[in-house]
Design a protein around this ligand. Structure first.
Ligand code: 2HG
Ligand code: ZN
Length: 460
């Protein structure tokens, strides 16, 4: 290591895995936004809490910024290192540390992939219910840092709900052992919840105690073809009334076209403007009868024009693929992403306005809508025309985002539902948070990280 700061780090921690290899720097310096050119100082892979602490002490001493790094699947530039930061990858801290069948908690290191956490819970006869398409690559530490949501929020809530305890190394290298798995703990500010969703700006999550729940009952997956936007939330309201929902997701014909081009199987002969994938408990014959009655009611009202219920696990997986495969199928088009939310009740009016806005502002771009409509969370992906320069494209999209933000403010919504603020949405933070709130957030950051070394420039 020719950089004297790195030489010093190696001297302090001879066993620390450290790399300045261009391939590692590229991979760990960027996320799925692909908007910033990676330029980290180096990548470090600590293997213990003590190594993380020592790195943070070193960073304070040398004024080096740290970017905590999970599975690199972020969509908001929250874990980008483009300014000479040390990327602290948690890849090597990926073990299950404990399981308590009475507390029903699983204690894990932050570098475990979400899917590995889910599997570890299942092996113990329980469920870690947070779930989304990036589960194979994203890491639990990153999920916590962004309070990740996904496709089961309607039933199980966001990541926040499942974190019973957290160990965190703060910006001053202190280790905090927060909440320690307690169900009840009325002892003042719950610092654990400050860390969840803080995007690596307060400290590094080094251990998490996750609550688990009972395995869910058998479920069924249904795909519905919906002829009009204003029918979507009517179908949702009916479904929620009649069925015990686990998921309620929508996507457009345009989204379907991309997933099909990516190898998925066509669900219906004809094309339809909107589709819904819903999953619900199917415990007994009554549940099936309820599902059928729901379907017949919706078709009778003209809200649904076609549908299919999966008759096997394989078919359920292929219906889910139509929804979960969208992000990957759009990636080659370098999409500009909006991830917005409004209260569920505000979805119909908001969607109407948004559709008009996007049609007027993006006449020449393909716009793909999909997302967790049952949570009031819509993903809007604007596809970059091949010939258009990326910077020009982003500038045009940001102009539209500013207009979209005005609509969001009118409907009391948020510019970031589940992907975080990162670098991408920083300019619009004040549309969701008041001046007083942002001032408090800054004060909290300064208390946890007085030298501003923890992921500086992100979120705030
Ligand atoms: C999803 O819901 C993810 O599939 C990604 O949040 C959304 O690619 C996106 O815009
Ligand atoms: Zn999503």
């Amino acid at each position: 290591m020719t950089d004297p700061r790195l030489a010093e780090l190696t001297r302090l921690l001879p066993a620390l895995k450290l790399s300045v290899d261009p391939g590692d720097m590229e991979h760990h310096g960027r996320d799925w936004t692909r908007r910033w050119t990676p330029a980290p100082l180096a990548i470090a892979w600590p293997a213990s809490v003590e190594e993380v602490q020592a790195i943070v002490r070193w960073a304070n001493g040398h004024g080096v910024a740290i970017v905590p790094s999970g599975g690199r699947t972020g969509l908001s530039g929250g874990a980008v290192a483009a300014q000479g930061e040390l990327v602290v990858s948690l890849d090597r801290m990926n073990r299950v540390l404990g399981f308590d069948p009475i507390d029903r908690t699983l204690t894990v290191e932050p570098g475990m992939a979400l899917e590995a956490v889910q599997n570890a819970a299942r092996e113990r006869g329980l469920l870690y219910p947070v779930n989304f398409a990036a589960r194979g690559s994203c890491q639990i530490g990153g999920n916590i840092a962004t309070n990740a949501g996904g496709i089961r929020v309607i039933r199980f809530g966001n990541t926040r709900q499942w974190v019973a305890g957290l160990k965190v190394v703060t910006g001053t290298s202190e280790v905090l052992d927060l909440n320690r798995g307690l169900v009840k703990n009325a002892s003042g500010y719950d610092l654990r919840h400050l860390v969840i969703g803080s995007e690596g700006t307060l400290g590094i999550v080094v251990e998490a105690t996750l609550s688990l729940t009972s395995l869910p009952p058998p479920s069924q997956v249904m795909l519905l073809a919906v002829p009009a936007m204003d029918a979507l939330m009517k179908v949702f309201t009916e479904a929620r009334h009649r069925l015990r929902l686990e998921a309620f997701e929508f996507f457009t014909d345009e989204a379907l076209r991309h997933v099909l081009a990516h190898g998925a199987q066509k669900p219906f002969e004809e094309e339809h403007p909107f589709y819904v994938v819903t999953e619900f408990d199917a415990v007994d014959g009554q549940a099936e009868a309820d599902a059928l009655a729901f379907f017949e009611f919706c078709t009778g009202e003209g809200w649904v024009v076609d549908g299919v219920i999966a008759s096997s696990d394989a078919q359920a997986a292929s219906l889910w693929r139509l929804r979960e495969g969208i992000t990957e199928s759009l990636a080659p088009h370098k999409p500009y992403k909006n991830d917005v939310s409004v209260r569920i009740s505000a979805v119909p009016a908001f969607m109407e306005e948004m559709q008009a806005l996007l049609a007027a502002e993006y006449p020449h771009f393909d716009v793909v809508w999909f997302g967790h409509i049952g949570d009031g969370n819509l993903h809007i992906n604007v596809l970059k025309p091949t010939e258009l320069d990326n910077a020009v494209f982003v500038e045009q999209c940001e102009h539209v985002t500013t207009l979209l933000v005005e609509t969001l403010i009118r409907h009391g919504g948020s510019i970031s539902a589940e992907h975080g603020i990162g670098l991408v949405k920083k300019p619009w933070l004040s549309s969701v948070r008041s001046e007083a709130e942002i001032a408090l957030m800054r004060g909290i950051k300064a208390a946890w990280d007085p030298n501003n070394i923890m992921n500086p420039g992100k979120l705030l």
